[in-house]
Design a protein around this ligand. Sequence first.
Ligand code: ARG
Length: 458
Amino acid sequence: MAQLWGGRFTKETDQLVYRFNASITFDRRFYKQDMEGSMAHVRMLAKQGILTEKERDQILEGIQGILADVESGKLEITEQYEDIHSFVEANLTDRIGDAGKKLHTGRSRNDQVALDMRLYTRNEVLETEELLKKLLKVLLRIMEEHTETIMPGFTHLQKAQPVTLAHHMGAYFEMFQRDRSRLQDIYKRMNYCPLGAGALAGTTYPLDREYTAELLGFYGPMLNSMDAVSDRDYLIEYLSAMSTIMMHLSRFCEEIIIWNSNEYRFVEIDDAYSTGSSIMPQKKNPDIAELVRGKTGRVYGALMSLLTTLKGIPLAYNKDMQEDKEQVFDAIDTVKGCIALFTGMLDTIRFNKERMNDSARHGFTNATDAADYLVNHGVPFRDAHGIVGRLVLHCIEHQKALDDMSLEEYKAISPVFEEDIYKAISMETCVNKRLTIGAPGKEAMEKVIRIYRKYLQE
Ligand code: ARG
């Protein structure tokens, strides 16, 4: 057992208590950030004359040695230490002697751990954002290739009106773009430095908190020391943003699973992203999409878990806060893995244009346009709605699409129809007449694509 306290204790910690309390099994994940923070702290202490330059250099060299040995695998972070902070301090003192014991001057593990977690997640927020950018690039490529690929748009999972694949993908582009901007916002709010807050009330040493913050790439120090050691809002925000990302991925996966089904066959998932069945030789399953959909639950779980952990905690630091780590780490690993795999799957998926077009043509997705045709010839919309309803009924009885009815059949239901009805309700017309901004018409879509292209270049 290696711990940083014990002076006021007369008994050894019970083994079970020690293990229950220890955090080394998970906080060793941010060993690098812990040492980075310590080095900045020591530089500041020397600048302020709290440590001598000699002590500073000894400590810096010692920490750099530990870091190098951990990275090369020469030094293992074992469970004999209570936490990563004890590991570093114990090893430092072994290496450089008494100077190592001065590292913790003007610092508490409360501000130290708050700093480590912030440094670690700050980087993860950026990496998550970068992964989303790659996904957006794939979406943009698909959009560019499919401004003329007609497919049915759905409401209630019933065919509604024709759209294009570019338009459908564009909806996801918007979602992931918002997700990205949420991460950027979180970064702006979280990037303030808690170090120097001490246990909760600052310290009596003349620390230069602005300097430490600057060394560590923060915008500045956090302005209230009690808040600095007990704020976990940024983790809630990050978990919330990750939950939203998973919700979007999950919806997309659900569509891909449906589109990949034997009944739809709108897409075929690449062999590299599918799996087989141990018993049914014909099977090719969309497991990746199903797993991403499934993993959404544990990210939501992490958000609820941390919200619940924090709700009853009085100021300032309480040990409950140690519970922030495992859930957040698991969510980060899950979300980053899901975005990367989903991106690969989407990048290699094959779209079956004929099936999509055929499906759009055989679902009365042009019924609204047939009604609009009548309106353009002076029929009030409500009457036009009724007439087209009768046309649809006729088609269902005779098992045909609106496009396949003869002009006589049209005229029998309304004499207003003329030869130009066929052009008016062709899928191409239906889509390309929808030219308001945000609509699927090719010209409208191309304008939006240009905006997206520019956004991704920035
Ligand atoms: N392992 C602790 C955590 O993760 C570090 C802070 C410990 N502070 C304390 N007062 N016991 O929160």
